[in-house]
Design a protein around this ligand. Structure first.
Ligand code: NAD
Ligand code: ZN
Length: 360
């Protein structure tokens, strides 16, 4: 499948296919004239997929180099960026030569940040290998590294010139990471499409296997939704905010757990549950909508609660969220399955009540 991301100055195509990694070189040849290329990957992905990508690039006439960073969130840093800049400079990567991210969201965000800033910007290609990166972080052009004082604080919008999603990579992805990606998949359904949610519900077993045919359909759908939203609001002024459904409480859960207890997708699952409960509590949606979402998340093996966490700890992180404007939180809430609305009018009392419910 192919999804086109239409942006004012830099449109690009997302290719979704089993075995996509072996096609990257050929797809690049049509777009980029440079002959060098730098692949950024992590130590888990390197032994699985780097050789395939290098072979593909070499066959297409590129001279690729590979830089491997440690796996995990700590690689999204200025220190690791500097390590990649040094490699780019010493190998003589020029303005026409692409930087390629091969890995999950960590590698994508890091490589994207380096691509945006090295020589004021070199061509950037995403080859996402986690489901989360395939449906979310590789599309939309947000890049960032972390600062000791907070996540994603240093970054920029920088669109890739090409995204190649190889569904076969999902076969080696640990089950926990697969489920984390499925949380974002559910999010796309909740914000835009009830039929898609029913499809997910019918196919929970296939999703968890993972059945690559079902996953291809699902990934294409998610990329289409995200591409549509990003095309209308590239820099997150308004519409794009709905992609944050479940992320307000989700980010707080992640942070309170020190970014180690719950991964991003798990935290977002808890956050979506919280958002649904708030929606129901203020009369925006029905109990049956909340029940549907809970069932779906549970059958995908995702958590609904951050048991044992303290509501006041979560609350203190909510206040620091980037979505806070003039001291008020922009809540993305569910009005129906397949539709969300944004409001700042949720009382502190209701927030605390729901935070208590999700920490039991
Ligand atoms: P990740 O990149 O850390 O990958 C998760 C783990 O899976 C890592 O250990 C990795 O080595 C391993 N892995 C990756 N692909 C594999 C494969 N095919 N087989 C086996 N193992 C594999 O984490 P992630 O969940 O992909 O991404 C999380 C990051 O993405 C966070 O830093 C988050 O802030 C960022 N993010 C960015 C955006 C955005 O719009 N830019 C959106 C969502 C999340
Ligand atoms: Zn997310």
């Amino acid at each position: 499948a192919e999804v086109r991301v239409e942006l004012e100055t830099h449109s690009y195509t997302i290719h979704i296919t089993a075995g996509g990694i072996s096609r990257v070189g050929a797809l690049m040849r049509d777009l980029f004239s440079g002959d060098k290329a730098l692949i950024v990957t992590d130590e888990n992905v390197y032994p699985l997929y780097a050789e395939r990508l290098v072979t593909s690039l070499t066959a297409a006439g590129f001279t690729p180099a590979v830089i491997t960073v440690p796996a995990g969130e700590s690689s999204k840093s200025l220190v690791t960026s500097d390590f990649v800049y040094t490699k780019a400079i010493t190998m003589g990567l020029d303005r026409k030569s692409p930087l390629i991210a091969l890995g999950g969201g960590v590698v994508g965000d890091l490589a994207g940040f380096v691509a945006a800033t090295y020589l004021r910007g070199v061509p950037f290609i995403q080859v996402p290998t986690t489901l989360l990166a395939q449906v979310d972080s590789s599309v939309g052009g947000k890049t960032a590294v972390n600062h000791a004082l907070g996540k994603n604080l240093i970054g920029t919008f920088y669109q890739p010139g090409l995204v190649v999603i190889d569904t076969e990579a999902l076969q080696t992805l640990p089950a926990r990471e697969l489920k984390a990606g499925l949380a974002e998949v559910v999010k796309y359904g909740v914000i835009t499409d009830y039929d898609f949610l029913s499809y997910l519900k019918k196919n929970t077993d296939a999703l968890l296997i993972p059945d690559l045919n079902v996953l291809t359909t699902v990934i294409a759908k998610c990329c289409q939704i995200k591409a549509g939203v990003v095309a209308q609001d590239e820099r997150e002024d308004s519409l794009r905010m709905m992609l944050n459904f479940g992320h307000t409480v989700g980010h707080a859960v992640e942070a309170v757990g020190g970014y180690s207890e719950y991964n991003h997708g798990e935290a977002v699952a808890v956050g979506m549950h919280a958002a649904a409960l708030i929606s129901q509590r203020i009369g925006l949606c029905r109990q049956s909508h909340v029940d549907f979402l809970r069932n779906l998340l549970s059958s995908l093996g995702l958590p609904l609660q951050a048991s044992g966490y303290l509501p006041k700890d979560l609350l203190s992180y909510l206040a620091r969220d980037k979505k806070v404007v003039n001291g008020k939180i922009n809540w993305v809430l569910m009005s129906e399955l397949g539709q969300v609305t944004i409001t700042r009018e949720v009382s502190q009392a209701i927030i605390m009540e729901i935070l208590s419910e999700i920490t039991i």
